[in-house]
Design a protein around this ligand. Sequence first.
Ligand code: ADP
Length: 437
Amino acid sequence: MSEASRRFIAGLALFLAAGAGIGWLYGHPDWGLLVAALVALVWQARKLLSFERALRTGVFKAFRYGEGIWEQLLSRFRFEHERGTRYKKSHRTLLREVRKSTNAMPDGAVILDANNEIIACNRAAKRLAGLKRKKDRGQRVDNILRDPALTALLQSDDYKSTVEMMSPVTDGAWMNCRVVPYGADQKLLLLRDITERTRLSKMRRDFVANASHELRSPLTVISGYLDGLADDEDMPPAWKRPVTQMRKQAARMRQILSELLELSRLESAGPAKMDQHVDVHDLIVEAVEALGGHANTAIVTVEAESIAKLHGNAAEIETVIVNLLANALRYTPPDGEITVSWRSGTDGADLTVADTGEGIDPEFIPRLTERFFRVDRGRRHDEGSIGLGLAIVKHILARHDAELIITSETGVGSVFRCHFSPDRVVIEPPVSLAGGG
Ligand code: ADP
């Protein structure tokens, strides 16, 4: 109990006792007590009313210097009130500073609740994505930024992947979207401006495509003359070897140019269309018939566990199979084995090419799909090797919402698995021969 409370109780008790004492002098202690109690009640009621007035009006003069319990109460209240005001002010200043700094950020930041509704966003989010802090508060962000990939990212718990999309408000601007968990049940959608990077990579793509295209015509002319020379029976024998070499290198250059053009095409194309049903099993059988079965090559086995078809581009899937199989044949000795398999399940479908060849050092595996990357440029297989095959495979798979998973062990063999997501896989019901009877 505080000093003021103790003094209040003691004063009240003393006052009531004095009332009762005076009453007793007149022969009515009970009357004396009652009168004292009434006086105390009226006194406290007055204090209560002026206390309430002081709180309501903010004028504390009546209580300024007193020592009683009401004065104590009021001074406590004023202390807490002033502290609250101070806190509020400092929080407001802090909030203003945070808002100023987030507005100064070149990247967009959008705070979302558990339903992906906008709680707040900064100025860059307005510039990049057209989001308005006040008008769009409470709106679902995927209703404003309409992109299926972004919607999927927002619905998943994937906080590592990113989605690139065109800005809906600034012409030619591109942004990279990423979601990070934030606070309790909130998310932060980060929008990074990648316009410059996208412009540079488009410039590079266009340059490679144009250069490849321009080089094709002179190379065709050179190849034509070389072919003519090779067919010329009067050619001096000393020229035979150089001409053969030149024809070989010209053919290699033609292949490089056509693969570079194919890569450029794949890079600028969007996702593969969903209207074709690709019979992967048939393509595997055709590729194995075309490439396998030669003397001095490993034996190729086909394992088709699935009749599932694929939504996608048949010519591109054929390129994937041919590239992976050609690699397996190139890097597997004749006494080795190669298995090409096709399986499907609820998790999607897998096209796998496994070999018992020389394998790949784990440190090189992440780099295999880079353009012109070859594990060992001095190897004997380098004749037909360019280093663009797996880059093409990766791009084709990306267009088919699939990924390439490579596992390998040196001296044991390699497995190249193409994993397709379930919405790319079609299981057609078997055709009934009963004719409806
Ligand atoms: P290329 O076959 O034209 O050289 P790729 O992009 O298809 O180009 O392959 C890149 C590199 O990956 C190859 O040079 C080779 O070193 C390695 N590689 C690909 N497939 C296999 C395989 N099945 N076994 C061992 N190494 C492989």
